[in-house]
Design a protein around this ligand. Structure first.
Ligand code: SAM
Length: 277
């Protein structure tokens, strides 16, 4: 038989060591609790520390966000009927790290289906509305798209894998710079962001297959209609800041005629700039 204490002696010395450790922890923490309660207290302390340190499951949250969007799409009636969201758009939304595009302070809420503040009095739009606007724009792999109102860069990032090129304009200079930097760092290479007044569009890169305006306008800007290709589609909230806004689909047919349909009441921050009233 190999040497060493009997099982009985070993268990006694373990108990003695545990009692000694308990006395030292109690003294160190200044507590007056029994062994059992101390164990519970330490377990709770370690659990709360682990919760603080554990990385948030952003991927799981993102998948749940997309499930919510699918459910809403089946339930929300537009004036044109229910609008399901294409699998390719849902797949894009499962990929884009929305939490990387919002301020640190709201990261943990990034995958809730609601708008969030992004600073400068502006917001990142509700994910369902981003999905719906993307769907209404009917993106295709060869399309060149203009976005007015870059904000966080999220809508541009969702469009990025679905089209050939996204041009996005933001009127608040620090937001334009920040979104451009973040999109580049995240590898969205087919997105170009510039600071400027999107009311005037970006004629150097037009005409566009589709235009997505993510701020509420009092009217459909004529320069944007001009920069839409025949067969192109523009999605824009119309109604201004104080009035009820409606998500509006503007279609230019192959003959250049323009058809406008109001689809859903919405609430967006206002389109600003010298031409808005
Ligand atoms: N698409 C954004 C996103 O994914 O985060 C949400 C944008 S937020 C609802 C609307 C944005 O439009 C704001 O950042 C605002 O500064 C911008 N904006 C307002 N008027 C504008 C204009 N005339 N030209 C360009 N951007 C404008």
């Amino acid at each position: 038989m190999s040497g060493g204490p009997s099982p009985h002696e070993a268990s006694d010395s373990r108990k003695a060591r545990a009692r000694c450790l308990h006395r030292r922890v109690v003294r160190y923490l200044g507590l007056d609790v029994s062994g059992g309660r101390l164990t519970l207290l330490l377990a709770a302390l370690f659990a709360s520390q682990a919760a603080v340190a554990a990385p948030r499951d952003f991927e799981g949250a993102r998948h749940r966000m997309v499930q919510t969007i699918e459910t809403l799409a089946k339930g929300v009636p537009l004036s044109s009927g229910r609008q399901e969201i294409d699998a390719s758009i849902l797949a894009a939304m499962r990929q884009v790290p929305r939490h990387e595009l919002v301020p640190e302070g709201v990261r943990n809420e990034a995958y809730e289906d609601r708008p969030l503040p992004i600073g400068h009095g502006q917001t990142i739009s509700q994910p369902y509305i981003v999905a719906l606007m993307t769907q209404l724009a009917r993106p295709a792999k060869h399309h060149v798209v203009l976005e007015v109102g870059t904000g966080s860069g999220y809508q541009a990032a969702v469009l990025s894998p679905l089209v050939a090129k996204v041009f996005s304009i933001e009127i608040v200079e620090p937001l334009a710079r920040q979104a451009g930097d973040r999109l580049r760092a995240l590898g969205f290479e087919n997105v170009s962001v510039r600071h400027g007044d999107g009311y005037k569009g970006w004629p150097e890169h037009g005409p566009f297959d589709s235009i997505v305006v993510t701020a509420g306008a009092s009217h459909v800007p004529e320069p944007l209609v001009e920069q839409l290709k025949p067969g192109g589609r523009m999605v824009i909230p119309v109604g201004g800041a104080a009035a009820v806004q409606h998500l509006t689909l503007v279609e230019k047919d192959e003959a250049g005629r323009v058809h406008t349909r109001s689809l859903l009441p919405v609430r967006f921050v206002p389109l600003t700039g010298e031409n808005t009233r």
